[in-house]
Design a protein around this ligand. Sequence first.
Ligand SMILES: Cc1cc2nc3c(=O)[nH]c(=O)nc-3n(C[C@H](O)[C@H](O)[C@H](O)COP(=O)(O)OP(=O)(O)OC[C@H]3O[C@@H](n4cnc5c(N)ncnc54)[C@H](O)[C@@H]3O)c2cc1C
Length: 524
Amino acid sequence: MTTRADILRQLGRDAEVWDVLVIGGGATGLGAAVEAASRGYRTLLVERSDFAKGTSSRSTKLVHGGVRYLEQLNLTLVTDALRERGHMLRNAPHLVHDQQFVVPAYSYASLPYYGFGLKVYELLSGKLSFGRSEILSAKSTLEKLPGLKGDGLCGGILYHDGQFDDARYAVSLLRTFQDLGGTAINYVEAVGFLQRNGKTIGIKARDREEDASFDLQAKVVINACGVFAEDTVSMDRGEHASMLAVSQGTHFVLPHSLLPGTTALMIPKTADGRVLFAIPWHGSTIVGTTDVPVERASNEPRALAAEKEFLFDHIARYFGRRPRADEILSVWSGLRPLVKKAGVKTSQLSRDHTILVSPTGLITITGGKWTTYRRMGQDTIDRACQVASLPKAPSRTLELKIHGWTTESGAASSEWEHVYGSDLPELQALSSENVALDALLHPRLPFRAREVVWSARNEMARTVEDVLARRTRALFLDARAAMEAAPAVASLLTAELNRTEAWKARDLAGFLQLANGYLSDSLE
Ligand SMILES: Cc1cc2nc3c(=O)[nH]c(=O)nc-3n(C[C@H](O)[C@H](O)[C@H](O)COP(=O)(O)OP(=O)(O)OC[C@H]3O[C@@H](n4cnc5c(N)ncnc54)[C@H](O)[C@@H]3O)c2cc1C
Protein backbone atom coordinates (compact mmCIF):
# COMPACT_ATOMS: atom_id res chain seq x y z
CA MET A 1 0.00 0.00 0.00
CA THR A 2 1.39 3.45 -0.96
CA THR A 3 1.25 5.83 2.01
CA ARG A 4 1.13 9.61 1.96
CA ALA A 5 4.76 9.66 3.14
CA ASP A 6 5.72 7.47 0.14
CA ILE A 7 4.01 9.91 -2.24
CA LEU A 8 5.75 12.88 -0.66
CA ARG A 9 9.13 11.14 -0.83
CA GLN A 10 8.49 10.40 -4.52
CA LEU A 11 7.53 14.05 -5.17
CA GLY A 12 10.64 15.31 -3.37
CA ARG A 13 12.98 12.95 -5.23
CA ASP A 14 11.32 12.97 -8.61
CA ALA A 15 13.04 15.48 -10.86
CA GLU A 16 11.08 14.32 -13.91
CA VAL A 17 8.69 16.94 -15.26
CA TRP A 18 4.99 15.99 -15.02
CA ASP A 19 2.99 16.17 -18.24
CA VAL A 20 -0.05 17.66 -16.49
CA LEU A 21 -0.32 19.17 -13.01
CA VAL A 22 -3.83 19.88 -11.70
CA ILE A 23 -4.42 22.26 -8.78
CA GLY A 24 -7.69 21.54 -6.93
CA GLY A 25 -9.29 18.23 -5.98
CA GLY A 26 -13.00 18.97 -6.46
CA ALA A 27 -15.19 17.59 -9.25
CA THR A 28 -13.48 19.78 -11.87
CA GLY A 29 -9.89 18.98 -10.91
CA LEU A 30 -10.54 15.26 -10.43
CA GLY A 31 -12.39 15.15 -13.77
CA ALA A 32 -9.46 16.82 -15.56
CA ALA A 33 -6.96 14.53 -13.80
CA VAL A 34 -8.85 11.36 -14.78
CA GLU A 35 -9.12 12.65 -18.35
CA ALA A 36 -5.37 13.32 -18.52
CA ALA A 37 -4.29 10.04 -16.93
CA SER A 38 -6.68 8.01 -19.10
CA ARG A 39 -5.01 9.51 -22.18
CA GLY A 40 -1.66 8.27 -20.89
CA TYR A 41 -0.24 11.59 -19.62
CA ARG A 42 1.86 11.51 -16.45
CA THR A 43 -0.45 13.46 -14.16
CA LEU A 44 -0.26 14.93 -10.66
CA LEU A 45 -3.13 16.48 -8.68
CA VAL A 46 -2.60 18.60 -5.56
CA GLU A 47 -5.41 19.59 -3.18
CA ARG A 48 -4.72 22.03 -0.36
CA SER A 49 -7.40 20.64 1.89
CA ASP A 50 -9.23 17.34 1.40
CA PHE A 51 -10.68 16.05 -1.88
CA ALA A 52 -14.18 17.57 -2.38
CA LYS A 53 -13.77 19.78 0.71
CA GLY A 54 -15.18 22.72 -1.27
CA THR A 55 -18.35 22.99 -3.33
CA SER A 56 -18.11 19.42 -4.57
CA SER A 57 -19.38 17.90 -1.30
CA ARG A 58 -22.08 20.56 -0.83
CA SER A 59 -24.28 20.18 -3.92
CA THR A 60 -27.98 19.25 -4.10
CA LYS A 61 -26.80 15.73 -5.11
CA LEU A 62 -28.55 15.88 -8.49
CA VAL A 63 -27.15 14.39 -11.65
CA HIS A 64 -29.33 16.41 -13.96
CA GLY A 65 -29.80 18.39 -17.12
CA GLY A 66 -31.31 21.22 -15.09
CA VAL A 67 -35.04 21.74 -15.63
CA ARG A 68 -34.52 25.41 -14.78
CA TYR A 69 -32.08 25.93 -17.67
CA LEU A 70 -34.71 24.52 -20.02
CA GLU A 71 -37.04 27.35 -19.01
CA GLN A 72 -34.14 29.76 -19.72
CA LEU A 73 -33.95 28.07 -23.17
CA ASN A 74 -30.32 27.05 -22.64
CA LEU A 75 -30.87 23.91 -24.71
CA THR A 76 -27.17 23.21 -25.33
CA LEU A 77 -26.40 23.10 -21.59
CA VAL A 78 -29.44 20.92 -20.87
CA THR A 79 -28.77 18.49 -23.73
CA ASP A 80 -25.06 18.17 -22.91
CA ALA A 81 -25.81 17.67 -19.20
CA LEU A 82 -28.51 15.06 -19.93
CA ARG A 83 -26.01 13.14 -22.04
CA GLU A 84 -23.46 13.29 -19.22
CA ARG A 85 -26.18 12.20 -16.75
CA GLY A 86 -26.78 9.06 -18.81
CA HIS A 87 -23.08 8.24 -18.95
CA MET A 88 -22.62 8.86 -15.21
CA LEU A 89 -25.34 6.27 -14.53
CA ARG A 90 -23.73 3.78 -16.92
CA ASN A 91 -20.19 4.33 -15.65
CA ALA A 92 -21.00 4.54 -11.93
CA PRO A 93 -24.22 2.61 -11.21
CA HIS A 94 -23.05 2.14 -7.61
CA LEU A 95 -23.08 5.92 -7.07
CA VAL A 96 -25.83 7.28 -9.33
CA HIS A 97 -29.47 6.21 -9.46
CA ASP A 98 -32.77 7.19 -10.99
CA GLN A 99 -34.84 9.47 -8.76
CA GLN A 100 -38.55 10.20 -9.30
CA PHE A 101 -39.64 13.83 -8.84
CA VAL A 102 -43.15 15.24 -8.70
CA VAL A 103 -44.02 18.87 -9.47
CA PRO A 104 -47.35 19.61 -7.75
CA ALA A 105 -49.80 21.82 -9.68
CA TYR A 106 -52.18 24.11 -7.83
CA SER A 107 -53.78 25.52 -11.02
CA TYR A 108 -55.15 23.66 -14.03
CA ALA A 109 -53.18 25.96 -16.35
CA SER A 110 -49.84 24.87 -14.85
CA LEU A 111 -50.42 21.16 -15.54
CA PRO A 112 -50.00 21.33 -19.35
CA TYR A 113 -47.28 24.02 -19.02
CA TYR A 114 -44.99 21.94 -16.79
CA GLY A 115 -46.20 18.70 -18.38
CA PHE A 116 -45.01 19.91 -21.80
CA GLY A 117 -41.71 21.26 -20.45
CA LEU A 118 -40.88 18.01 -18.67
CA LYS A 119 -41.80 15.96 -21.73
CA VAL A 120 -39.29 18.04 -23.74
CA TYR A 121 -36.75 17.42 -20.94
CA GLU A 122 -37.36 13.68 -21.25
CA LEU A 123 -37.12 13.73 -25.06
CA LEU A 124 -33.86 15.73 -25.03
CA SER A 125 -32.21 12.86 -23.16
CA GLY A 126 -32.97 10.54 -26.11
CA LYS A 127 -31.71 6.98 -25.65
CA LEU A 128 -30.21 7.94 -22.29
CA SER A 129 -33.63 8.74 -20.82
CA PHE A 130 -34.16 7.79 -17.15
CA GLY A 131 -37.91 7.19 -17.61
CA ARG A 132 -41.14 8.69 -18.95
CA SER A 133 -42.72 11.80 -17.51
CA GLU A 134 -46.47 11.70 -16.86
CA ILE A 135 -49.31 13.82 -15.59
CA LEU A 136 -50.75 12.60 -12.27
CA SER A 137 -54.17 13.11 -10.69
CA ALA A 138 -54.35 14.97 -7.37
CA LYS A 139 -54.87 11.61 -5.60
CA SER A 140 -51.75 10.02 -7.17
CA THR A 141 -49.76 13.16 -6.43
CA LEU A 142 -50.65 12.86 -2.73
CA GLU A 143 -49.80 9.16 -2.77
CA LYS A 144 -46.36 9.99 -4.16
CA LEU A 145 -45.83 12.94 -1.81
CA PRO A 146 -47.59 12.13 1.47
CA GLY A 147 -47.73 15.22 3.68
CA LEU A 148 -48.12 17.61 0.73
CA LYS A 149 -50.91 20.18 1.15
CA GLY A 150 -54.02 18.81 -0.59
CA ASP A 151 -56.10 22.07 -0.60
CA GLY A 152 -56.41 23.34 -4.16
CA LEU A 153 -54.16 20.61 -5.58
CA CYS A 154 -55.11 19.92 -9.22
CA GLY A 155 -52.53 17.18 -9.92
CA GLY A 156 -48.83 16.86 -10.55
CA ILE A 157 -46.20 15.97 -13.10
CA LEU A 158 -43.89 13.06 -12.46
CA TYR A 159 -40.46 13.09 -14.08
CA HIS A 160 -37.10 11.36 -13.65
CA ASP A 161 -33.63 12.68 -12.93
CA GLY A 162 -30.45 11.34 -11.35
CA GLN A 163 -29.29 11.44 -7.74
CA PHE A 164 -25.84 10.68 -6.35
CA ASP A 165 -23.54 11.03 -3.39
CA ASP A 166 -21.23 13.86 -4.48
CA ALA A 167 -18.30 13.37 -2.07
CA ARG A 168 -18.35 9.58 -2.56
CA TYR A 169 -18.29 10.14 -6.32
CA ALA A 170 -15.24 12.39 -5.82
CA VAL A 171 -13.50 9.68 -3.75
CA SER A 172 -14.28 7.13 -6.48
CA LEU A 173 -12.85 9.50 -9.11
CA LEU A 174 -9.71 9.78 -6.99
CA ARG A 175 -9.43 5.98 -6.94
CA THR A 176 -10.09 5.81 -10.69
CA PHE A 177 -7.29 8.32 -11.23
CA GLN A 178 -4.94 6.23 -9.08
CA ASP A 179 -5.99 3.04 -10.91
CA LEU A 180 -4.92 4.81 -14.12
CA GLY A 181 -1.47 5.48 -12.67
CA GLY A 182 -2.11 9.11 -11.58
CA THR A 183 -0.62 10.63 -8.43
CA ALA A 184 -2.83 12.66 -6.09
CA ILE A 185 -2.12 14.24 -2.75
CA ASN A 186 -4.32 16.14 -0.33
CA TYR A 187 -3.19 18.79 2.15
CA VAL A 188 -0.63 20.09 -0.37
CA GLU A 189 -1.23 23.67 -1.49
CA ALA A 190 -0.05 25.54 -4.57
CA VAL A 191 1.42 28.70 -3.02
CA GLY A 192 3.13 30.15 -6.10
CA PHE A 193 4.24 29.42 -9.64
CA LEU A 194 7.56 28.54 -11.22
CA GLN A 195 8.10 30.62 -14.34
CA ARG A 196 10.73 30.72 -17.06
CA ASN A 197 10.78 33.22 -19.95
CA GLY A 198 7.26 34.37 -19.02
CA LYS A 199 5.83 30.84 -19.09
CA THR A 200 4.49 28.83 -16.16
CA ILE A 201 6.53 25.65 -15.76
CA GLY A 202 5.28 24.38 -12.43
CA ILE A 203 4.24 25.31 -8.91
CA LYS A 204 5.72 26.04 -5.54
CA ALA A 205 3.98 23.61 -3.21
CA ARG A 206 3.58 23.47 0.55
CA ASP A 207 2.78 20.32 2.49
CA ARG A 208 0.35 21.60 5.12
CA GLU A 209 0.80 18.59 7.41
CA GLU A 210 4.57 18.98 7.81
CA ASP A 211 4.85 22.64 6.78
CA ALA A 212 7.46 21.70 4.16
CA SER A 213 7.91 23.45 0.80
CA PHE A 214 9.03 22.01 -2.53
CA ASP A 215 8.85 22.73 -6.26
CA LEU A 216 6.94 20.66 -8.83
CA GLN A 217 7.56 21.08 -12.55
CA ALA A 218 5.03 20.34 -15.29
CA LYS A 219 4.55 20.86 -19.01
CA VAL A 220 1.13 22.35 -18.32
CA VAL A 221 -0.60 23.51 -15.13
CA ILE A 222 -4.37 23.49 -14.69
CA ASN A 223 -6.13 25.76 -12.22
CA ALA A 224 -9.29 23.96 -11.04
CA CYS A 225 -9.65 25.86 -7.76
CA GLY A 226 -13.41 26.52 -7.92
CA VAL A 227 -14.37 29.76 -6.17
CA PHE A 228 -10.66 30.26 -5.39
CA ALA A 229 -9.62 30.14 -9.06
CA GLU A 230 -9.08 33.92 -9.17
CA ASP A 231 -6.62 33.82 -6.25
CA THR A 232 -4.66 31.26 -8.24
CA VAL A 233 -4.74 33.40 -11.40
CA SER A 234 -3.44 36.33 -9.30
CA MET A 235 -0.48 34.23 -8.08
CA ASP A 236 0.32 33.51 -11.73
CA ARG A 237 0.08 36.93 -13.28
CA GLY A 238 -0.74 39.53 -10.63
CA GLU A 239 -3.52 42.05 -11.31
CA HIS A 240 -6.33 41.03 -13.66
CA ALA A 241 -9.97 41.88 -14.27
CA SER A 242 -12.31 40.11 -11.86
CA MET A 243 -14.02 37.20 -13.62
CA LEU A 244 -16.00 35.25 -10.99
CA ALA A 245 -19.24 35.95 -9.18
CA VAL A 246 -19.67 33.79 -6.09
CA SER A 247 -23.12 32.74 -4.96
CA GLN A 248 -24.04 30.72 -1.87
CA GLY A 249 -26.56 27.90 -1.78
CA THR A 250 -27.74 26.39 1.51
CA HIS A 251 -29.44 23.09 2.31
CA PHE A 252 -31.25 21.94 5.43
CA VAL A 253 -31.42 18.27 6.34
CA LEU A 254 -34.68 17.22 7.94
CA PRO A 255 -36.03 13.84 9.04
CA HIS A 256 -37.30 11.41 6.42
CA SER A 257 -40.75 11.71 8.05
CA LEU A 258 -41.13 15.17 6.42
CA LEU A 259 -41.27 13.44 3.05
CA PRO A 260 -41.87 9.76 3.65
CA GLY A 261 -41.57 7.51 0.63
CA THR A 262 -39.08 7.64 -2.19
CA THR A 263 -40.34 10.49 -4.40
CA ALA A 264 -38.79 13.95 -4.34
CA LEU A 265 -40.70 17.24 -4.49
CA MET A 266 -39.76 19.90 -7.03
CA ILE A 267 -41.15 23.38 -6.46
CA PRO A 268 -41.04 24.97 -9.93
CA LYS A 269 -41.03 28.66 -9.03
CA THR A 270 -39.76 30.19 -5.79
CA ALA A 271 -40.25 33.80 -4.74
CA ASP A 272 -36.92 34.63 -6.47
CA GLY A 273 -37.86 32.74 -9.65
CA ARG A 274 -35.80 29.55 -9.16
CA VAL A 275 -36.63 25.93 -8.46
CA LEU A 276 -36.43 24.29 -5.04
CA PHE A 277 -36.24 20.67 -3.98
CA ALA A 278 -37.11 18.41 -1.06
CA ILE A 279 -35.32 15.13 -1.77
CA PRO A 280 -34.91 11.86 0.09
CA TRP A 281 -31.19 11.13 0.60
CA HIS A 282 -29.53 8.42 2.73
CA GLY A 283 -32.59 8.12 4.98
CA SER A 284 -33.25 11.84 5.46
CA THR A 285 -34.79 14.74 3.51
CA ILE A 286 -32.63 17.46 1.96
CA VAL A 287 -34.31 20.82 1.37
CA GLY A 288 -32.61 23.39 -0.85
CA THR A 289 -31.31 25.51 -2.21
CA THR A 290 -30.84 29.28 -2.08
CA ASP A 291 -28.90 31.71 -4.28
CA VAL A 292 -27.27 34.51 -2.30
CA PRO A 293 -24.40 36.56 -3.79
CA VAL A 294 -21.37 36.69 -1.45
CA GLU A 295 -18.41 39.07 -1.46
CA ARG A 296 -15.64 36.67 -0.44
CA ALA A 297 -15.19 32.94 -0.88
CA SER A 298 -14.50 30.90 2.24
CA ASN A 299 -13.66 27.26 2.95
CA GLU A 300 -16.53 26.90 5.40
CA PRO A 301 -19.36 29.16 4.23
CA ARG A 302 -22.01 29.67 6.93
CA ALA A 303 -25.76 29.48 6.39
CA LEU A 304 -27.72 32.67 7.07
CA ALA A 305 -30.89 32.98 9.13
CA ALA A 306 -32.48 34.63 6.06
CA GLU A 307 -31.83 31.48 4.00
CA LYS A 308 -33.61 29.39 6.62
CA GLU A 309 -36.60 31.77 6.51
CA PHE A 310 -36.71 31.57 2.72
CA LEU A 311 -36.54 27.76 2.59
CA PHE A 312 -38.91 27.16 5.51
CA ASP A 313 -41.47 29.65 4.11
CA HIS A 314 -41.60 27.57 0.94
CA ILE A 315 -41.81 24.28 2.86
CA ALA A 316 -44.69 25.71 4.92
CA ARG A 317 -46.49 26.73 1.72
CA TYR A 318 -46.34 23.16 0.38
CA PHE A 319 -46.56 21.10 3.59
CA GLY A 320 -48.81 23.37 5.65
CA ARG A 321 -46.25 23.67 8.50
CA ARG A 322 -42.77 24.99 9.17
CA PRO A 323 -40.15 22.45 10.28
CA ARG A 324 -39.35 22.79 13.99
CA ALA A 325 -35.83 23.75 15.12
CA ASP A 326 -35.38 20.33 16.75
CA GLU A 327 -36.07 18.67 13.37
CA ILE A 328 -33.01 20.25 11.73
CA LEU A 329 -30.39 17.52 11.56
CA SER A 330 -27.74 19.46 9.67
CA VAL A 331 -27.30 22.62 7.62
CA TRP A 332 -24.60 23.19 5.07
CA SER A 333 -23.73 25.81 2.46
CA GLY A 334 -21.76 25.65 -0.78
CA LEU A 335 -20.39 28.33 -3.10
CA ARG A 336 -20.97 28.44 -6.86
CA PRO A 337 -18.12 29.69 -9.03
CA LEU A 338 -20.08 31.57 -11.72
CA VAL A 339 -18.55 33.42 -14.64
CA LYS A 340 -19.55 37.11 -14.37
CA LYS A 341 -21.65 39.03 -16.87
CA ALA A 342 -22.31 42.74 -16.38
CA GLY A 343 -25.79 43.52 -15.04
CA VAL A 344 -26.88 39.86 -14.64
CA LYS A 345 -28.04 38.47 -11.25
CA THR A 346 -26.20 35.37 -9.94
CA SER A 347 -29.39 33.27 -10.21
CA GLN A 348 -29.52 34.14 -13.94
CA LEU A 349 -25.80 33.59 -14.68
CA SER A 350 -24.99 30.68 -16.99
CA ARG A 351 -23.93 27.33 -15.48
CA ASP A 352 -21.82 26.63 -18.59
CA HIS A 353 -18.10 26.19 -18.05
CA THR A 354 -15.35 28.51 -19.24
CA ILE A 355 -11.71 27.74 -20.05
CA LEU A 356 -9.19 30.57 -19.98
CA VAL A 357 -5.55 30.37 -21.04
CA SER A 358 -3.30 33.00 -19.41
CA PRO A 359 -0.40 34.53 -21.36
CA THR A 360 1.83 32.36 -19.11
CA GLY A 361 0.09 29.19 -20.37
CA LEU A 362 -1.79 28.53 -17.11
CA ILE A 363 -5.16 26.97 -17.92
CA THR A 364 -8.10 27.95 -15.72
CA ILE A 365 -11.31 25.92 -15.86
CA THR A 366 -14.30 27.25 -13.99
CA GLY A 367 -18.12 27.35 -13.85
CA GLY A 368 -20.05 24.26 -14.92
CA LYS A 369 -21.87 21.69 -12.81
CA TRP A 370 -21.01 18.45 -11.08
CA THR A 371 -23.00 16.67 -13.79
CA THR A 372 -20.76 18.07 -16.53
CA TYR A 373 -17.43 17.38 -14.76
CA ARG A 374 -16.34 14.79 -17.36
CA ARG A 375 -17.04 17.06 -20.33
CA MET A 376 -15.23 19.90 -18.56
CA GLY A 377 -12.25 17.60 -18.05
CA GLN A 378 -12.27 16.56 -21.71
CA ASP A 379 -12.39 20.17 -22.97
CA THR A 380 -9.65 21.20 -20.53
CA ILE A 381 -7.26 18.44 -21.51
CA ASP A 382 -7.93 19.08 -25.24
CA ARG A 383 -6.82 22.65 -24.55
CA ALA A 384 -3.85 21.51 -22.44
CA CYS A 385 -2.64 19.31 -25.31
CA GLN A 386 -2.55 22.35 -27.61
CA VAL A 387 -0.88 24.63 -25.04
CA ALA A 388 1.85 22.11 -24.08
CA SER A 389 2.06 20.30 -27.45
CA LEU A 390 1.46 16.96 -25.72
CA PRO A 391 1.32 13.92 -28.02
CA LYS A 392 -2.26 13.63 -29.30
CA ALA A 393 -4.44 10.99 -27.61
CA PRO A 394 -8.22 10.65 -27.95
CA SER A 395 -10.56 10.97 -24.97
CA ARG A 396 -11.96 7.68 -23.65
CA THR A 397 -13.74 8.81 -20.50
CA LEU A 398 -17.24 8.69 -22.01
CA GLU A 399 -17.17 4.92 -21.57
CA LEU A 400 -14.68 4.72 -18.68
CA LYS A 401 -16.02 2.79 -15.67
CA ILE A 402 -15.56 4.57 -12.35
CA HIS A 403 -13.71 2.72 -9.56
CA GLY A 404 -16.07 0.31 -7.78
CA TRP A 405 -18.26 -0.17 -10.86
CA THR A 406 -20.75 -2.97 -10.37
CA THR A 407 -24.38 -3.56 -11.21
CA GLU A 408 -24.75 -6.06 -8.36
CA SER A 409 -25.97 -4.93 -4.99
CA GLY A 410 -26.00 -8.42 -3.43
CA ALA A 411 -23.61 -7.79 -0.55
CA ALA A 412 -25.04 -4.38 0.41
CA SER A 413 -27.32 -4.56 3.45
CA SER A 414 -28.15 -0.84 3.43
CA GLU A 415 -28.54 1.96 0.88
CA TRP A 416 -25.33 3.44 2.26
CA GLU A 417 -23.22 0.36 1.48
CA HIS A 418 -24.02 0.63 -2.26
CA VAL A 419 -21.53 3.48 -2.61
CA TYR A 420 -18.61 1.08 -2.16
CA GLY A 421 -19.63 -0.95 -5.22
CA SER A 422 -17.25 -3.81 -5.95
CA ASP A 423 -15.05 -2.80 -2.97
CA LEU A 424 -17.78 -3.79 -0.52
CA PRO A 425 -16.73 -7.41 0.12
CA GLU A 426 -13.18 -6.24 0.91
CA LEU A 427 -14.57 -3.56 3.25
CA GLN A 428 -16.86 -6.09 4.96
CA ALA A 429 -13.95 -8.48 5.41
CA LEU A 430 -12.40 -5.95 7.81
CA SER A 431 -15.08 -6.71 10.38
CA SER A 432 -14.75 -10.45 9.86
CA GLU A 433 -11.06 -10.09 10.76
CA ASN A 434 -11.80 -7.81 13.73
CA VAL A 435 -15.32 -7.93 15.06
CA ALA A 436 -14.89 -4.62 16.93
CA LEU A 437 -14.84 -2.89 13.53
CA ASP A 438 -18.42 -4.01 12.93
CA ALA A 439 -19.71 -1.60 15.61
CA LEU A 440 -21.88 1.30 14.47
CA LEU A 441 -20.26 4.68 15.06
CA HIS A 442 -23.56 6.02 16.39
CA PRO A 443 -27.07 4.57 16.83
CA ARG A 444 -28.54 7.23 14.50
CA LEU A 445 -25.95 6.75 11.75
CA PRO A 446 -25.52 3.85 9.30
CA PHE A 447 -21.69 4.00 9.42
CA ARG A 448 -19.44 1.45 11.08
CA ALA A 449 -15.94 1.56 12.58
CA ARG A 450 -14.63 -0.41 9.58
CA GLU A 451 -15.43 2.53 7.27
CA VAL A 452 -12.99 4.69 9.28
CA VAL A 453 -10.18 2.18 8.92
CA TRP A 454 -11.02 1.64 5.25
CA SER A 455 -10.98 5.35 4.47
CA ALA A 456 -7.59 5.86 6.13
CA ARG A 457 -6.06 2.85 4.37
CA ASN A 458 -7.62 3.18 0.93
CA GLU A 459 -9.13 6.65 0.46
CA MET A 460 -6.49 9.05 1.80
CA ALA A 461 -8.60 10.24 4.77
CA ARG A 462 -6.31 12.18 7.11
CA THR A 463 -8.57 13.77 9.71
CA VAL A 464 -11.75 13.19 11.70
CA GLU A 465 -13.43 15.71 9.41
CA ASP A 466 -12.35 13.84 6.25
CA VAL A 467 -14.01 10.70 7.63
CA LEU A 468 -17.19 12.22 9.02
CA ALA A 469 -17.83 14.78 6.27
CA ARG A 470 -16.69 13.15 3.01
CA ARG A 471 -15.78 9.42 3.37
CA THR A 472 -18.97 8.85 5.35
CA ARG A 473 -21.58 11.63 5.19
CA ALA A 474 -22.30 11.79 8.94
CA LEU A 475 -21.74 15.54 9.31
CA PHE A 476 -24.06 16.28 6.39
CA LEU A 477 -26.80 13.95 7.63
CA ASP A 478 -26.87 14.52 11.39
CA ALA A 479 -24.34 17.00 12.75
CA ARG A 480 -25.02 16.26 16.42
CA ALA A 481 -24.64 12.50 15.93
CA ALA A 482 -21.40 13.17 13.99
CA MET A 483 -20.07 15.19 16.95
CA GLU A 484 -20.97 12.37 19.34
CA ALA A 485 -19.26 9.82 17.09
CA ALA A 486 -16.13 11.97 16.67
CA PRO A 487 -14.12 10.74 19.72
CA ALA A 488 -14.41 7.11 18.54
CA VAL A 489 -13.36 8.13 15.03
CA ALA A 490 -10.40 10.10 16.43
CA SER A 491 -9.22 7.02 18.36
CA LEU A 492 -9.51 4.74 15.33
CA LEU A 493 -7.64 7.23 13.11
CA THR A 494 -4.91 7.82 15.68
CA ALA A 495 -4.18 4.09 15.74
CA GLU A 496 -4.50 3.64 11.99
CA LEU A 497 -2.31 6.62 11.02
CA ASN A 498 0.14 6.14 13.87
CA ARG A 499 -0.55 9.60 15.29
CA THR A 500 0.18 10.98 18.77
CA GLU A 501 -2.32 11.67 21.56
CA ALA A 502 -1.59 15.40 21.12
CA TRP A 503 -2.61 15.16 17.44
CA LYS A 504 -5.78 13.33 18.41
CA ALA A 505 -6.82 16.00 20.92
CA ARG A 506 -6.10 18.82 18.42
CA ASP A 507 -7.87 17.18 15.51
CA LEU A 508 -10.91 16.27 17.58
CA ALA A 509 -11.22 19.79 19.00
CA GLY A 510 -10.89 21.23 15.46
CA PHE A 511 -13.64 18.96 14.19
CA LEU A 512 -16.04 19.76 17.03
CA GLN A 513 -15.58 23.47 16.42
CA LEU A 514 -16.20 23.10 12.69
CA ALA A 515 -19.21 20.80 13.22
CA ASN A 516 -20.87 23.48 15.37
CA GLY A 517 -21.37 25.41 12.13
CA TYR A 518 -23.64 22.61 10.85
CA LEU A 519 -26.06 22.96 13.79
CA SER A 520 -29.14 25.10 13.29
CA ASP A 521 -28.36 27.34 16.28
CA SER A 522 -25.19 28.53 14.50
CA LEU A 523 -27.10 30.51 11.83
CA GLU A 524 -25.79 34.05 11.36
C1 LIG B 1 -25.53 24.88 -3.41
C2 LIG B 1 -25.06 24.19 -4.66
C3 LIG B 1 -25.79 23.15 -5.18
C4 LIG B 1 -25.35 22.51 -6.33
N1 LIG B 1 -26.04 21.43 -6.79
C5 LIG B 1 -25.63 20.79 -7.89
C6 LIG B 1 -26.32 19.63 -8.32
O1 LIG B 1 -27.27 19.17 -7.69
N2 LIG B 1 -25.87 19.02 -9.45
C7 LIG B 1 -24.82 19.51 -10.17
O2 LIG B 1 -24.52 18.92 -11.22
N3 LIG B 1 -24.12 20.58 -9.76
C8 LIG B 1 -24.49 21.23 -8.63
N4 LIG B 1 -23.78 22.30 -8.17
C9 LIG B 1 -22.57 22.71 -8.88
C10 LIG B 1 -21.36 21.84 -8.48
O3 LIG B 1 -21.41 21.46 -7.14
C11 LIG B 1 -20.08 22.62 -8.78
O4 LIG B 1 -20.10 23.06 -10.11
C12 LIG B 1 -18.82 21.78 -8.57
O5 LIG B 1 -18.84 21.10 -7.35
C13 LIG B 1 -17.61 22.70 -8.62
O6 LIG B 1 -16.47 21.89 -8.45
P1 LIG B 1 -15.01 22.51 -8.50
O7 LIG B 1 -14.07 21.38 -8.50
O8 LIG B 1 -14.92 23.49 -9.62
O9 LIG B 1 -14.88 23.36 -7.16
P2 LIG B 1 -14.56 22.84 -5.68
O10 LIG B 1 -15.31 21.62 -5.35
O11 LIG B 1 -14.76 24.00 -4.76
O12 LIG B 1 -13.03 22.44 -5.74
C14 LIG B 1 -11.98 23.38 -5.80
C15 LIG B 1 -10.85 22.82 -4.94
O13 LIG B 1 -9.66 23.57 -5.14
C16 LIG B 1 -8.94 23.56 -3.93
N5 LIG B 1 -7.95 24.64 -3.96
C17 LIG B 1 -8.20 25.97 -3.98
N6 LIG B 1 -7.04 26.65 -4.01
C18 LIG B 1 -6.02 25.74 -4.00
C19 LIG B 1 -4.60 25.83 -4.01
N7 LIG B 1 -3.97 27.02 -4.03
N8 LIG B 1 -3.86 24.67 -3.97
C20 LIG B 1 -4.48 23.45 -3.96
N9 LIG B 1 -5.84 23.33 -3.94
C21 LIG B 1 -6.60 24.45 -3.97
C22 LIG B 1 -10.04 23.76 -2.87
O14 LIG B 1 -9.61 23.34 -1.59
C23 LIG B 1 -11.17 22.90 -3.45
O15 LIG B 1 -11.18 21.59 -2.90
C24 LIG B 1 -24.18 22.95 -7.00
C25 LIG B 1 -23.45 24.01 -6.47
C26 LIG B 1 -23.87 24.62 -5.30
C27 LIG B 1 -23.08 25.73 -4.71
